[in-house]
Design a protein around this ligand. Structure first.
Ligand SMILES: Nc1ncnc2c1ncn2[C@@H]1O[C@H](COP(=O)(O)OP(=O)(O)O)[C@@H](O)[C@H]1O
Ligand SMILES: [Mg+2]
Length: 299
């Protein structure tokens, strides 16, 4: 079953068409990376999924039910923008307030569980306002996890995290999906997203321009040999005479996309009197794939 199925979804704010006939399919158990440049409609889409905004038209179904269904709505955890916490209250008391709102039966036990899940059990007595940005992001996720949601909707949750914070967030999200929760996560930090996402959706001007699994992305991303010679562009011409697809990057690195062995390239260039100073194999990643798809312009 799909956790989210969106068909022909649109949202207009006055004359601004923020979301425009969007289709989206998020399978159950996925970590779905939702990607698009600023203003492309990610937050608006997520808000409609969570019932925070009403669509102008189109349908959203969650686990086969209309997204307005009260029962299904109670199974969705949300972190869009900052968590709604009282700055002067402790993390624990903020969680208690949220648990009361959600009418959770065993709040102490449940709060201890979700704080442990996000590695924040040591921060329970801290005042919320004294928490670092990374801690606040994790606490926001803990809040969203109260009530044991089947679907977690996160808007840019790794913005502003340091390397360690990102690593913990990765582990947390992977753990959550192991517990049976589906995660929809928007982010423009593609290198991080690529480490955890099982599916991707790329949105532009409010329309879904591509949806794919991590395996499809992997298959679409070619491997290549990269090399440096210190001899500039003439090497590219030389290599172009022998190989099918040869490109030069801005820093002078040459890429060969043909299925060849690095040692054969080195030997052949050596015969031509060219010494290779560095050579390695690499693979196009999500970031480069995305930039190419957007027409070569970084967002
Ligand atoms: N409440 C609003 N009123 C008017 N325009 C809005 C509102 N919310 C979003 N928009 C506009 O809709 C477009 C999509 O915004 P948003 O969904 O926030 O994009 P993203 O999250 O991908 O950056 C933007 O042009 C934004 O300015
Ligand atoms: Mg946004």
């Amino acid at each position: 079953m799909n956790a989210i199925e969106i068909r022909g979804l649109s949202k207009r704010f006055g004359s601004k068409q923020a979301v425009d006939g969007l289709h989206m399919t998020v399978p159950e158990g996925a970590i779905y990376g939702f990607i698009g440049e600023d203003g492309s409609g990610k937050s608006t889409t997520e808000k409609m999924i969570c019932g925070l905004l009403h669509p102008t038209s189109g349908s959203i179904s969650l686990y086969g039910k209309d997204h307005n269904d009260d029962e299904i709505r109670s199974h969705i955890g949300v972190l869009i923008e900052a968590p709604g916490c009282v700055p002067d209250c402790s993390v624990w008391n903020n969680m208690m307030i949220q648990a009361a709102n959600l009418e959770i039966k065993d709040p102490e036990q449940e709060i201890a569980k979700v704080l442990k899940t996000v590695r924040m059990e040591g921060a329970a007595s801290n005042k919320f306002k004294n928490c670092s940005l990374g801690m606040k992001q994790h606490i926001g996720i803990a809040m969203a996890l109260l009530g044991n949601p089947r679907l977690l909707v996160l808007d840019e949750p790794i913005n502003g995290l340091d390397a360690d914070g990102m690593r913990i967030m990765r582990e947390v999200l992977t753990d959550i999906t192991k517990q049976g929760c589906t995660v929809l996560i928007s982010s423009h930090i593609l290198g991080e997203l690529e480490k955890i996402a099982t599916h991707y959706g790329i949105i532009r001007h409010g329309r879904m321009i591509r949806e794919m699994t991590a395996e499809e992305l992997e298959a679409d991303c070619p491997t290549y040999i990269a090399l440096r010679t210190g001899e500039g562009s003439k090497i590219k011409l030389l290599l172009k005479g022998r190989y099918g697809r040869v490109e030069e990057e801005e820093d002078g690195t040459i890429r060969i996309y043909d299925d060849v062995k690095p040692e054969d390239v080195v030997a052949w260039l050596y015969e031509k009197g060219v010494t290779v100073s560095e050579i390695w194999t690499a693979k196009i990643g999500l970031e480069e794939y995305y930039i190419d798809l957007m027409g070569g312009k970084k967002q």
